[in-house]
Design a protein around this ligand. Structure first.
Ligand code: PLP
Length: 400
């Protein structure tokens, strides 16, 4: 699962390139940096890897979502549809641009259900964010077909899906843009960091300038600071050390995916012996980044019994229905409209009136799926001993 498992000489060398020049900033310092532009190189290599035209590196996957939404022009009064099974960052970014998150059900892909998506689209929907959770795809082609009909842009949250594909095409490269996270537990990591990819040059230019205080990146008459500004921006700049690590990690990404696929296959084989077990629907099994194995049991009761057995063997699995960071009914701070801002923004309007009200029981289909689903993270390096422990635990769980 996390790229830090295989940090090595490659990352060290890239970092030393930066420290040797002393330039940690991605822009300027012309002579001093001796031609070394690690963030720029990382953007170019990452977008090329994904077969996408442009890459915009930023400080995090959450920042990537915010920068992308802003560049798409999403703001107050708009609705953005995403799924109720995701990391909180997806809707934090929607709230942060002043828009309203609308949650839709997941299906057996554990990602956005296109059938429910269609029901949730309104005249106010200004963006759709399917999330490729746990490293495997949403039904992205169906979602885009639906969105295209209504002329709504699709932003893919591919934070957990670096290296994953459908028929060879990278997740994140299907929609108007796609965002990635390189935080410390993601498939490839730069500690903190994120990226937006897109084929849309104008969108990329807006993201590039917005993430850098609005500096005009096209018309730059000489030195930095002399250029104009098309709009107000912010600072979401990645630093050179992160870009350096990113370059080294990216070179290992296909190896990471391949190793995880092999480990996952072993675990899946063992889990397949549990009576009544079913596996998450994979849109393209070959393209799965295999960072997680998800399997569903017959019902909630069976799921709990299986997990008790796994826990007794020291191999308890994650049940996302109980997880407070990834599932809608558990987001009490969202449901309770808790804000540190005195006016209650963004949940209240200017007059202090509640603008958004969420019903915790609004996603019964998602709950019915996640209630009986167990998940194992899959590591890059799983020694034979750990694999044997896990397969024995899964074998024992066939009897409960
Ligand atoms: C990790 C993650 C993010 C946010 O990324 P950070 O780099 O941690 O800010 C966004 N969406 C999903 C689905 C994630 O898993």
């Amino acid at each position: 699962m996390p790229g830090y498992e295989i940090f090595g000489d490659e990352e060290k060398k890239e970092i030393m390139d930066v420290l040797d020049t002393g330039v940690l900033f991605r822009y300027e310092f012309g002579e001093q940096r001796k031609g070394i532009y690690k963030v720029k190189e990382f953007e170019e290599k990452f977008s090329k890897y994904c077969n996408s035209s442009y890459g915009q590196a930023v400080t995090s996957g959450t920042a990537a979502l915010k920068v992308a939404l802003t560049a798409l022009g999403v703001g107050p009064g708009d609705e953005v549809i995403t799924q109720g099974f995701t990391f909180v960052a997806t809707w934090e970014a929607i709230l942060d641009v002043g828009a309203t998150p609308v949650f839709c059900e997941i299906d057996t892909t554990l990602n956005m259900d296109p059938v429910d998506l269609e029901k949730k689209i309104t005249a106010k929907t200004k963006c759709i964010i399917p999330v490729h959770m746990l490293g495997a795809p949403a039904r992205i082609l169906e979602i885009i077909a639906l969105a295209d009909k209504k002329e709504i842009p699709v932003l893919e949250d591919a934070a957990q899906a670096a290296g994953a594909r459908i028929n060879g095409k990278h997740l994140g490269s299907f929609g108007r843009c796609g965002t990635f996270s390189f935080d410390s537990v993601k498939t490839m990591t730069t500690g903190e960091g994120g990226m937006v990819i897109t084929d849309d040059e104008e969108l990329w230019r807006t993201m590039s300038e917005y993430h850098d205080h609005g500096h005009d990146h096209k018309v730059n008459p000489g030195t930095r600071g002399g250029e104009g500004r098309r709009f107000v921006g912010f600072n979401f700049r990645m630093m050179e050390l992160q870009g350096a690590i990113g370059i080294a990690q990216l070179a290992k990404l296909d190896y990471i995916v391949k190793s995880q696929q092999a480990n996952k296959a072993t675990l899946k084989e063992a889990a397949s012996k549990i009576p009544g077990v079913a596996f998450r629907t994979l849109v393209d099994e070959q393209g799965d980044s295999a960072t997680f194995l998800a399997f569903t049991l017959q019902d909630r009761e069976h799921c709990l019994r299986v997990n008790e057995s796994l826990k007794a063997d020291g191999c308890g699995a994650i049940n996302f229905a109980e997880n407070s960071w990834h599932f809608y009914p558990k987001w009490e701070h969202l449901l309770g409209a808790k804000s540190p801002i005195h006016s209650g923004y963004p949940f209240n309007d200017g007059g202090g009136k509640k603008r958004i009200v969420y019903d915790p029981s609004a996603l019964p289909q998602s709950a019915a799926i996640l209630d009986r689903t167990l998940v194992y993270p899959v590591s890059i390096k799983m020694d034979t001993e750990r694999l044997a422990t896990l397969t024995t635990a899964l074998k024992n769980a066939t009897k409960v």
